[in-house]
Design a protein around this ligand. Structure first.
Ligand code: SF4
Ligand code: SF4
Length: 242
């Protein structure tokens, strides 16, 4: 028995079908990324034998988990990759990683100054400066930020009317709906109300942590997850299972 080769995840269940590779958005556009099968279960076998087999191209994984959803064997591919990045990847985190990972902070600031931030972030000199100073690629297109967060709209315009319903759903809206595209959240509330359900938000919602994990901030992601899990629904004393 090779105890050294036992993974804390379940890569042993991989049957080499390569289905995961067919759904990976990074593999489709980046020839430097080995893909979920190689980065996940295949690479893990090597890394357990010798950490020097760690491939720094794993940094390209977005932690979107599409590979895990597609895997017929239930291999926790994205978890294997995220764990390898934390265990074997670089320990110092550059400003670029910190900026892209802290979506709540950046989103709150960008939303507050959306009329200025949106056009400025699209200017070539600004993109060139960000490329040179903090390593955010100059070809990157930033999503437009909304001048009003979904949460702000909900508290002001929709929360009071939700009390008129007898059944409720807990809505974890996420960063994109909150800072970039509030209409998505507004439409969700409208559909739920039309179906006879009131909507409740967490009293204190934090980013789900996907961006933190993919940039190597596992501890911060876990802390935010605990805040979300313990946060009661607004207007309710129950803890949400959002
Ligand atoms: S989809 Fe699952 S079983 Fe198939 S190669 Fe990928 S990890 Fe292995
Ligand atoms: S989690 Fe990583 S490996 Fe899996 S599909 Fe997303 S980008 Fe590809």
């Amino acid at each position: 028995m090779q105890e050294k080769n036992i993974s804390k995840f379940n890569f042993e269940q991989c049957q080499k079908c390569s289905v995961c590779n067919t759904v990976c958005p990074m593999l489709a556009v980046n020839e430097n990324y080995p893909g979920p099968k190689q980065a996940g279960p295949d690479g893990e076998r090597y890394r357990l034998k010798n950490p020097e087999f760690y491939d720094y191209a794993l940094k390209y994984c977005l932690n979107c988990k599409r590979c895990e959803v597609a895997c017929p064997s239930g291999v926790r591919i994205a978890d294997i990759i995220a764990s390898a990045k934390l265990d074997y990847g670089k320990k110092s985190r550059p400003l670029r990683d910190w900026t892209l990972a802290n979506t709540d902070l950046v989103g709150t600031m960008a939303s507050a100054f959306a009329p200025v931030a949106n056009p400025v972030l699209g200017l070539k000199p600004v993109k060139a400066a960000m490329h040179g100073l903090i390593g955010v690629d100059k070809h990157r297109q930033f999503p437009a930020y909304s001048g009003q967060k979904f949460e702000t709209w909900f508290r002001r315009k929709a929360e009071a009317s939700q009390a008129g319903y007898s059944r409720f759903v807990s809505f974890f809206h996420g960063c994109y709906a909150n800072y970039n595209y509030p209409q998505l959240g507004k439409d969700f509330v409208a559909v739920m109300n039309a179906c006879g359900y009131g909507v409740r938000l967490l009293e204190k919602e934090k980013c789900c942590g996907v961006a933190l994990i993919s940039n190597g901030f596992g501890g911060q992601a876990a802390a935010q997850g605990r805040v979300n899990a313990r946060s009661p629904c607004a207007t309710s004393t129950r803890t949400c299972s959002a």
